[in-house]
Design a protein around this ligand. Structure first.
Ligand code: PNS
Length: 168
């Protein structure tokens, strides 16, 4: 066996981090020596972000504090460039349902055509299969209770940010 560090990335927008993300990150941390959670700037989505990249990274660092082999970073170019620069051998993605698969497969195949990086799909735990940051924001914006879906400090940040954006 090679003694090369087996390093993986969990990429995403994380606007904000949910319990579903933490489930996937913690399981990736059990499979690899090191996991880098990488907050990407997705140009098509960047205009409607609720939290800045720095805020999203700070929330992720707090959420992942219990996992000693997990670090948090940002990236703005291609994910595969980030992987090459950091000697990352695998991209870990959670799959919630078959509907996630088409796009994720396309991205996995594109990424492996660009560089020698594997994509590892981890099935989302059933209790999180409906969970998405976009839905959490929508429910919270209409006053719904999302406290069981995100860490407590994320719930607080959501309440504060949504109140501020409503002029409250
Ligand atoms: O949480 P999201 O919004 O689904 O995350 C998407 C993300 C950031 C992982 C994806 O958009 C991405 O990898 N962006 C980096 C740019 C890139 O490499 N694009 C080519 C993908 S094949």
């Amino acid at each position: 066996m090679s003694d090369r560090v087996r390093r993986a990335v969990c990429p995403g927008s994380f606007d904000p981090v949910t319990n579903g993300h933490i489930d996937i990150i913690s399981r990736a941390a059990g499979l690899f020596d090191e996991v880098v959670v990488a907050v990407g700037v997705n140009k098509s989505k960047s205009s409607n972000r609720l939290f800045s990249a720095e805020e999203r990274m700070a929330m992720l660092r707090r959420a992942c504090a219990d996992y000693p082999n997990v670090t948090v970073d940002g990236f703005s170019g291609l994910l595969t460039t980030f992987c090459v620069e950091r000697d990352i051998i695998a991209i870990v993605k959670g799959l919630r349902a078959v509907s996630d698969f088409d796009y994720e497969l396309q991205m996995a195949q594109m990424n492996s055509s660009l560089t020698a990086v594997e994509t590892v799909f981890v099935p989302t735990s059933p209790e999180y299969s409906f969970l998405a940051s976009s839905l959490v924001k929508e429910v919270a914006a209409f006053g719904g209770d999302v406290s069981s879906l995100v860490p407590g400090f994320v719930n607080d940040a959501l309440t504060e940010r949504l109140a501020a954006s409503n002029g409250g």
